[in-house]
Design a binder for this molecule. Structure first.
Ligand SMILES: Nc1nc(=O)c2c([nH]1)NC[C@@H]1CN(c3ccc(C(=O)N[C@@H](CCC(=O)O)C(=O)O)cc3)CN21
Ligand SMILES: CC(C)C(=O)C(=O)O
Ligand SMILES: [Mg+2]
Length: 287
């Protein structure tokens, strides 16, 4: 029996796949959102490099640095006691030598306290994945739409639409599993292709825009709560509209300030009586 409070492990995740129990993963980039996500019961938290777009305001994930990832990963892991936290390796942090890739992956665990790293790409990553796994770093793969390659892909487009591309995805998935990844993100691929890959692999396949047959789903936090995200891909379901709630709340605050209705008596501190008489009855602050 698995303990409800014990931290989730890679073997728990694999067991869920084989028990047919879907895995819920969601991104988080800071302490309060990670706490809420964990309280809501998500098994996995992704500190995604999407933070560059969602919380830093860049128009792609390419400007995100190792320092950005470490900063946000530290905040998330301070909140997450049970959820399995995966941190994205940012653009160019794993495209040089294998040694450099392992070093950057290791920093996300050693300094960021993540449990695993995620990297975008196919068979070219096999040597790096093997070295990370040898070093004890669990690696999550990410194929299909790989946003760090947006300029090569020509936009955020569905991948694996023709037979040849679908076969290539299956080959990449198998090569990465063989290299030792513990789980795989499949982004923006036809449901029929994702279903075959999920069925073929032994490891949990987590889909985003990849249909309902994957072993789990991942979404960007800000997309699903409706918090000021510019992107609205077809695969996003908005479960709330917190952007509107926040704007309304702040608008009320602004008008109450301007009308001197805030702060009200209950928000105010007072000086002691004898001090008030000194302050106002001569011998004030400058005596
Ligand atoms: N807020 C946010 N959510 C995300 O899911 C996300 C990010 N940011 N930033 C990094 C990447 C970029 N992603 C994206 C962005 C746009 C589409 C998109 O608009 N796709 C089209 C598909 C068009 C087609 O090929 O048919 C769509 O209509 O959904 C998909 C994934 C996923 N990631
Ligand atoms: C969309 C997910 C899979 C991701 O990589 C991110 O949020 O950065
Ligand atoms: Mg990412």
């Amino acid at each position: 029996m698995t303990n409800n409070l014990a931290p989730i492990t890679t073997s728990d995740l694999r067991a869920k796949k084989h028990a047919g129990e879907p895995i819920a993963m969601i991104t988080a980039y800071d302490f309060p959102s990670a706490k809420l996500v964990e309280e809501a019961g998500a098994e996995m938290i992704l500190v995604g490099d999407s933070l560059g777009m969602v919380v830093l305001g860049y128009d792609s994930t390419l400007p995100v640095t190792m320092d950005d990832m470490l900063h946000h990963t530290k905040a998330v892991t301070r909140a997450a006691k049970r959820a399995f936290v995966v941190a994205d390796l940012p653009f160019l942090s794993y495209h040089g030598t294998v040694e450099e890739g392992v070093k950057n992956a290791g920093r996300l665990l050693q300094e960021g306290l993540a449990k695993a790293v995620k990297m975008e790409g196919g068979t070219e990553l096999v040597p790096l994945v093997k070295r990370c796994v040898q070093a004890g770093i669990p690696v999550m793969g990410h194929i299909g739409l790989t946003p760090q390659a947006v300029h090569q892909l020509g936009g955020y487009k569905v991948q694996g639409r023709d037979l040849e591309a679908a076969r290539r995805l299956m080959d990449e998935a198998e090569a990465l599993q063989e290299a030792g990844i513990f789980s795989l993100v499949l982004e923006c691929v036809p449901e029929e292709v994702a279903a075959l890959i999920s069925a073929k692999l032994d490891i949990p396949v987590i889909g985003i825009g990849a249909g309902s047959s994957c072993d789990g789903q991942v979404l960007v936090f800000h997309d699903l709560v409706g918090y000021a995200s510019q992107l609205q891909p077809k695969f996003v379901k908005r479960y709330a509209d917190v952007g509107t709630s926040i704007r309304d709340a702040v608008r009320d605050y602004v008008s109450e300030v301007k009308e001197r209705r805030f702060p009200a008596p209950e928000h105010v501190f007072h000086a002691k009586e004898e001090m008030v008489s000194k302050l106002y009855g001569g011998g004030g602050l400058r005596s």
